[in-house]
Design a protein around this ligand. Structure first.
Ligand code: UDP
Length: 363
């Protein structure tokens, strides 16, 4: 049972983040008001974690949004039912019909499987859903005459990069079928640009994390493999979170990652699609903050924010984990004027707020 009364333990950062989000949104609205054309955008995977946050931001900024999701990994509760079309990416003609019917101007394509470990066990599922599914979507776009797409790519296209921070010019060197599937789609997009003038922006995400500050949308993967939700699970269950390796060549021996707040990530998609509307060229961009944190630093930040001791144990390295992955986001900043508004503290605070709300909803 939930209550509308302010609960005595309601954290002050809920109010703080709501105000902050309102300020950021207002600023963005003011600077973009003149340009908002009410374009019609189709979001695939719009019931997932990053997709649904982007749908929320797109609608706030005046876009007409249609969502396609087969709900195999996304959640119905993340999407307004009026927007949702339960269609599989393999259904080329159905997608083409929808693109025409809704007079779609551009597509933002999130729908994909995302677990590196799973891709090492069932690569066929990753090539089928991520690569064949994307090809079906691109084919539908050609049938419907839609020539703009923003594609959800990943830092996994770089594999174990030699230079940190990573620039977009680093070579493709994926070390998993997941990373390879994203490389394959980026390459397809290159050919579709050249042959069909289908313009695309590929956004290579670093570690997407955090929740929308109102606490409605956050990380809910099943099975969960990501560090921050697993830290909260350790608080709830008392079962230690595992640190995979303390023998890396980093300051404290644990892996370093570039954690990027999901709303900053969502905003990058909006700027990217707007660049395509303005006639911008195709390209690929890193989306990260340029600042890295170790696993132990994330655990300490979570202890400070939650006020709880986090139990952890130490195990050997997880297969395929590079020691350090930090983006050079210069290109994204200089091309789109993008900047991140949330740091690690904000990421952990918003994610914790989401956890508390979920817990309350379960009571
Ligand atoms: N990690 C960890 N324990 C866990 C999950 C993750 O030590 O239970 C580490 C992982 O080795 C990596 C970092 O936390 O260095 C972030 O991992 P995550 O799975 O969240 O994202 P990834 O970097 O794999 O995309």
């Amino acid at each position: 049972m939930t209550s509308n009364r302010l609960l005595p333990w309601t954290p002050p950062y809920v109010a703080y983040f709501t105000l902050r989000l309102a300020r950021i949104t207002l600023k963005r609205l003011q600077s973009r008001w003149a340009n908002v054309s009410k374009a019609s955008i189709l979001v695939t995977g719009g019931a997932g974690y990053i997709g649904s946050n982007t749908v929320q931001l797109l609608s706030l900024q005046g876009y007409d949004v249609t969502v396609v999701d087969n709900l195999s990994r996304g959640y119905r509760h993340n999407v307004d039912p009026d927007r949702l079309h339960e269609i599989d990416l393999a259904e080329t003609q159905t997608l083409a019909d929808l693109l025409k019917k809704r007079a779609i101007d551009a597509v933002i394509h999130f729908a994909a499987y995302i677990a590196v470990g799973e891709s090492m066990k069932v690569p066929e599922a990753y090539f089928s859903n991520n690569v064949v599914g994307s090809l079906s979507l691109l084919t539908a776009m050609l049938l419907a005459g839609v020539k703009k797409i923003v594609f959800s790519s990943t830092a996994a296209v770089y594999g174990m990069p030699l230079q940190i921070p990573i620039k977009e010019s680093a070579p493709y060197a994926p070390v998993s079928p997941y990373g390879e599937s994203k490389v394959m789609v980026e390459k397809m997009l290159g050919w579709f640009d050249q042959i069909h003038a289908l313009r695309s922006v590929s956004l290579r995400y670093f570690n997407a994390s955090g929740a929308d500050p109102a606490g409605h949308i956050g990380e809910e993967h099943e099975p969960e493999t990501h560090l921050i939700p697993l830290i909260f699970r350790a608080i709830e269950t008392g079962i230690p979170v595992t640190i995979f390796g303390t023998d890396y060549e980093t300051a404290d021996g644990t892996c370093i990652r570039d954690y990027i707040h999901v709303n900053d990530l969502a905003q990058a998609h909006i700027l990217a699609v707007e660049s395509l509307f303005a006639g911008g060229a195709s390209g690929a961009y890193n989306v990260g903050t340029g600042v890295g944190y170790s696993v132990l630093e994330v655990i300490r930040a979570a202890e400070q924010i939650t006020g709880k001791k986090i139990p952890f144990d130490i195990r050997p390295r997880r297969e395929g984990d590079p020691p350090t992955l930090v983006a050079d986001p210069t290109l994204l900043r200089s091309t789109f004027g993008w900047t991140s508004h949330y740091d690690l503290r904000d990421i952990v605070s918003t994610a914790w707020n989401f956890e508390l709300k979920r817990k309350l909803a379960r009571v």
